[in-house]
Design a protein around this ligand. Structure first.
Ligand code: G3P
Ligand code: MG
Length: 246
């Protein structure tokens, strides 16, 4: 296998649950607990800005409503993406990928960009996110790892920024996933932790792919996976697990 430049522990959506997910505030909290690698979800505004949001709609985690694919960035940037979490985070904005890149580079942090397209723009989202990532991290020692559950999004990333590393995300082991991963030229496969065991880790390693898992919030599970040879663990439990925890 090729050298793997990423830390074992990645903070999920910035800092999981302790701050509003996918905001700069969350990244600051995660970094405060010692994390030097983060996972975040990236999608596109109507006018093509790459920014952070998990859901296909705005209402759970912002003051907006509807699909961000129908709204320009000039409007999205005014939303409150922190007040839903707790009062101290009120008025925390949605961040652009550009802002997150600046944070990561300034703080020596690695990033796993999960390409999370709104329905119908899978390939475009992969193309734009990867093109932006290649521009933002040009010359960086550790490039961002681009991942997606959507093979079409990874195909778009492969087309627009072939040199950036890619990972296939799996919430189940669907028919043909090894062939899809090979065709996409991935460096890693990231599964729900419930799917991962020593046999699958060995199978992935035998293909030259790293093995990562989401979202591990239990110390015993993490310990078992580390013993099995896991390469990366995405966690919400930034205060209990990882660099500053167990
Ligand atoms: O990238 C791994 C993990 O974030 C996938 O699940 O739904 O939290 O984006 P989700
Ligand atoms: Mg994610």
């Amino acid at each position: 296998m090729k050298p793997w430049p990423y830390p074992l522990w990645l903070a999920h959506r910035g800092a999981g649950k302790l701050a509003p997910e996918n905001t700069l505030a969350a990244f600051r909290v995660g970094a405060g607990f010692g994390f030097r690698a983060f996972e975040c979800d990236v999608k596109l505004s109507r006018d093509g800005e790459a920014f952070l949001l998990h859901d296909d709609t705005l209402q759970r985690t912002t003051s907006g409503r509807g699909s961000p694919a129908d709204i320009d960035w000039a409007e999205l940037r005014r939303l409150d993406a922190g007040g839903w979490h707790s009062a101290p985070f009120t008025a925390e904005p949605l961040p652009t990928l550009t802002q997150i890149a600046a944070f990561c580079k300034a703080n020596g942090c690695a990033l796993n960009i999960e390409i999370k397209p709104c329905p119908g723009v899978e390939r475009l989202t992969g193309e734009v996110a990867a093109r932006e990532a290649a521009r933002l991290w040009a010359g960086a020692a550790v490039p961002p790892l681009l991942s997606s559950f959507k093979p079409e999004a990874l195909q778009g990333a492969l087309t627009s920024a072939p040199a950036l590393p890619r990972a296939l995300l799996l919430d189940k082991l669907w028919d043909g996933w090894p062939e899809a991963a090979a065709a996409l030229g991935v460096v890693a496969v990231i599964t729900n932790w419930r799917l991962m065991d020593a046999a699958l880790i060995q199978r992935l390693h035998a293909k030259g792919w790293r093995a990562l898992v989401y979202t591990v919030n239990d110390a015993d599970v993490a310990e078992r996976l580390v013993a099995d040879g896991i390469d990366g663990i995405i966690t919400d439990a930034v205060d209990r697990l990882g660099p500053g925890g167990a």
